[in-house]
Design a protein around this ligand. Structure first.
Ligand code: ADP
Length: 851
């Protein structure tokens, strides 16, 4: 920019028409070019021209060029700025356009338009920066005061800006070096002005006029800056005040006395230190805590570590290092508590009492951890709670299901963001004593992951040799867990890691029989539900037959949890009736009356409530107690969910009932077989494990090798059972994975039925592993399996001979309902499974057919 010296522009200038921006002499502007005329100008003149002259163009502001090429040229603004094109940048996105960097030289006036296409060219007259003005500084003298005033404002404005910014410092220097007449244009393009204002300045050809018009713009900007600085300052003051509040208090200004101030200021940290010193934590812990508190005192509160350290110290203070409850153990009382809380479970109660007795005799017991293993809802957790009650200890349950990170047990190191102690230490903090009963629920559902093996961490917790100095990663000091009584629960031992299992004494808690369930319901569950729903026995009566109905038709479980839920549903429904009845003084309740009538039909002699009178007054609220019969059951719980389907499903050959054990208790399992023409293939469906598949192959092989003996033939009468025959074996409940060897005898029976065409007895169920030689080997879970068969109403149960000892565990009344067949080989199984025996009958049939 040749500021200060005269400029001579050509008399003919190509014109660039700008719409949104105004270029003033002495300033630089970047403008986007995309209209056809302007594009032509850039292409033909700027990009192709070679001389310096060809880079000088006339910029005419405030004129929008039509987008279409053929349209007439719009009216042009009279005055424009001659400019030097400094840079051209082309781009094709989002549409073809150029970006032009132009520097304004001087004003000009359009005298005559010489041509319009492809871009306008005009004859122009230069209006300023002519030689006669720049020489002799005539204008400065003439303008005198006006120019001086302008200069002062300009200096004031620039000095209000941050002079440490290089561009601002440069501008300050320019104010002194540039000729005064150039300043209005330059400053107008720097300060905040609208296009309209810039246009007015452009149009102000006379210098005096330009100065006059620019001064108010400068003043406006100065005022704006002043206001801005004022608000900024007040905000800074506020900030400073916040920061200085604490120091001021320390010095003891204002009304706060020295003592109060001292107390308040040392506040939490001092209190914390006091607490640490008076707490009964171990020596090692005290040392660590004092070191930490020293660090804390030096730390600014805003540091993230401050909160972290404080939380740590607060936890350390809260932990029950030396606080414990006093055991009040008396075996006789314990027996009463256990008996009162739980019906049946004799074996479990006996073992628990033994355990407690040893504890009573020997104060510090380093024995194995008790682990209750059994299906859900059999009272494992509630026995744990009872143990805590008998000992007078706090109870805390730690659910381990799905825990797959060892930090869950052992805590995170304090270096992690969001670190926290593990569940053991957290539990101790919650109960507030160091000798609670901790129930480690579902240890069989611990999982492994990349974050380490939580079971391994539990080992340290449970091992009496190690747990007196259990070190949680978060605490980083040892905590004595030897006073804690750990009890574990699990559904199965199969998935408990062996090392963990080794440290535990497993006590099996089998499922309940129907009779036991009825007793549990009437002694424990129903009274509990009544209390929870605010009902009294005078308002609701559930006879034992109804309970049996719920057990057999609405639940299929080893425990009593679903039964408890159903009883809850009944209580809720009755609560509504009772509440309604209290308001319905005069209105008869027809539905209720109908229900009561039904009740009368179903109630057995011993459970018939005396309060139901035949002369029930229709004008009174529902007769109390409301009796729950089968009709009411259906109303409340819906149609029965389980029907006795056993006999229906055994009405054709190729079906047999097996007994399976699952972590949820025993279950009856149907095995179905069918045959079809084929090439001797065996298809197995029902999500079977490898062991079960092998059992199926074993069964087929045994039957094939004994086909003649039992006169078993395929469809075409051949003893080669797989000759031109495919067999399909299916184990229903296909969504459930099944495995284990105990289905062996059932598969043999099912296939024997298929090939002999005879029906298996509908009331027989069986379990047992088989060998290729036809022996029956013992299996596990006999008690659960027998209970399942009993629940399903089956009468005869075939079990391996060597499982005879397991029958002792089964309650007498269940045994009386059932016939047990102890089978040593498959002959005995088949004989017991078919009415009239298998082999004999088969031979007779064969003889008959020959006749
Ligand atoms: P688990 O821990 O075995 O899954 P819970 O201990 O949670 O089962 O028991 C479920 C419910 O059944 C509890 O309300 C419990 O009181 C009750 N319950 C289970 N067995 C008995 C029993 N033998 N006597 C009394 N109530 C029982």
């Amino acid at each position: 920019m040749a500021a200060g010296s005269a400029i001579q522009i050509p008399t003919r200038l190509p014109l660039l028409l700008t719409h949104e921006s105004v270029l003033l002499p002495g300033s630089t502007m970047r403008t986007s070019v995309d209209s056809p005329r302007n594009m032509q100008l850039v292409r033909s003149r700027l990009l192709k021209g070679t001389s310096l002259r060809s880079t000088i163009i006339g910029v005419i502001p405030n004129t929008s060029d039509p987008t279409s090429d053929c349209d007439d040229l719009p009216n042009l603004h009279r005055i424009g700025t001659a400019a030097l094109a400094v840079q051209v940048v082309g781009s094709n996105w989002p549409k073809p356009h150029y970006t032009l960097l132009v520097t304004g030289l001087c004003r000009f006036q359009v005298l005559q338009l010489l041509k319009e296409k492809p871009y306008p060219v005009a004859e122009v007259q230069q209006l300023d920066r002519l030689e006669q003005f720049t020489n002799g500084h005539k204008s400065e003298e003439e303008l005198g005061e006006l120019s001086e005033q302008f200069y002062k404002y300009a200096v004031q404005l620039v000095e209000m800006l941050d002079m440490s910014v290089p561009a601002v410092a440069k501008l300050r220097r320019l104010l002194d070096n540039l000729p005064r007449e150039a300043l209005p244009d330059i400053l107008t393009s720097i300060i905040r002005t609208t296009n309209q204002e810039k246009l007015q300045i452009l149009d102000a050809v006379r210098l005096e006029e330009r100065f006059k018009m620019t001064i108010p713009l400068l003043v406006r900007q100065i005022e704006g800056l002043k206001l801005l600085q004022k608000t900024r300052k007040s905000k800074q003051d506020d900030d400073k005040r916040v920061v200085t509040i604490r120091p001021n208090r320390r010095i003891g200004h204002g009304s706060i006395t020295e003592d109060e101030e001292e107390e308040e200021d040392h506040d939490d940290v001092v209190m914390l230190e006091k607490k640490i010193r008076t707490s009964s934590m171990s020596e090692q812990a005290l040392k660590v805590c004092l070191k930490e508190i020293k660090r804390l005192k030096k730390m600014p509160q805003s540091m993230p570590e401050y909160a972290l350290t404080r939380n740590y110290l607060e936890l350390m203070v809260e932990l029950p290092w030396n606080k414990s409850t006093k055991d009040r153990l008396e075996i006789r009382a314990a027996r009463i508590v256990l008996d009162n809380d739980h019906y049946a479970m004799e074996k479990l109660k006996k073992r628990v009492l033994e355990y407690l007795a040893v504890r009573q005799l020997k104060n510090n017991l380093k024995g194995p951890i008790l682990c209750f293993v059994g299906p859900p809802g059999v009272g494992k957790t509630s026995v744990g709670r009872s143990i805590a009650k008998t000992l007078g200890r706090e109870f805390h349950r730690i659910a381990l299901g799905g825990v797959c990170d060892q930090s869950d047990i052992r805590g995170h190191r304090r270096t992690y963001v969001g670190s926290m102690p593990g569940r053991i230490i957290n539990g101790l903090k919650t109960v507030g004593v160091n000798n609670p009963v901790f129930l480690l629920d579902e240890v069989d559902k611990l999982a492994k992951s990349l974050q380490g093996d939580p079971a391994a961490a539990l080992l340290e917790v449970l091992d009496p040799e190690q747990n007196h100095s259990f070190t949680d990663h978060y605490l980083n000091v040892a905590f004595d867990l030897s006073q804690v009584l750990f009890i574990a629960t699990a559904n199965t031992t199969a998935t408990i890691p062996p090392a963990l299992l080794d440290r535990m004494e497993v006590i099996q808690v089998p499922g309940y029989t129907q009779e036991e369930k009825i007793q549990i319901a009437h002694r424990h569950l129903i009274p509990k539900q009544l209390e929870q729903h605010g009902l009294t026995p005078q308002q609701i009566q559930i006879p034992q037959v109804t309970t049996l109905g719920i057990i057999t038709r609405y639940t299929r479980e080893a425990g009593v949890r679903a039964l408890d839920r159903k009883l809850g549903a009944i209580c809720r429904a009755v609560a509504v009736k009772v509440a309604e009845g209290q308001h319905k003084e005069a209105k008869p309740d027809r539905a209720e009356m109908g229900e009561e009538e039904d009740c009368k039909e179903h109630v057995t002699e011993d459970s018939k409530p005396e309060s139901i009178s035949d002369t029930a007054d229709l004008a009174l609220p529902p007769e109390m107690p409301i009796l729950i019969d089968f009709h009411a059951l259906k109303d409340i719980l819906g149609p029965p969910m389980y029907d006795m389907e056993v006999s229906e499903r055994l009405n054709q050959p190729g079906v047999a009932i097996g007994l399976a054990w699952t972590p949820l208790g025993g279950e009856i399992m149907f095995v179905e077989a069918s045959r079809m023409d084929g090439e001797g293939q065996l298809t197995l469906t029902g999500q079977l494990g490898d062991v079960m598949k092998e059992s199926a192959h074993l069964a087929i092989s045994w039957l094939r090798s004994n086909a003649k003996r039992y006169q078993l033939t395929n469809a075409s009468g051949s003893f080669d059972l797989l000759d031109n025959t495919d067999i399909h074996l299916h184990f229903p409940a296909g969504a459930v994975t099944k495995d284990g060897p105990s289905a062996g005898v059932t598969i043999v029976t099912c296939l024997a039925s298929l090939f002999s065409g005879r029906l298996v007895c509908s009331d027989v169920a069986m379990t047992g592993e088989i060998t290729l030689r036809g022996l029956v080997l013992p299996v596990g879970g006999i008690k659960d399996k027998v209970l399942a068969a009993h629940r399903a109403g089956l009468k005869r149960i075939i079990i391996p001979q060597r499982n005879e000892k397991d029958l002792e565990e089964i309650a007498e009344h269940v045994r009386q309902d059932l016939t047990f067949v102890l089978a040593g080989c498959l002959d005995e199984v088949l004989n017991a499974a078919f009415d009239g025996g298998f082999a004999v009958k088969a031979r007779l049939e064969h003889l008959n057919s020959k006749l």
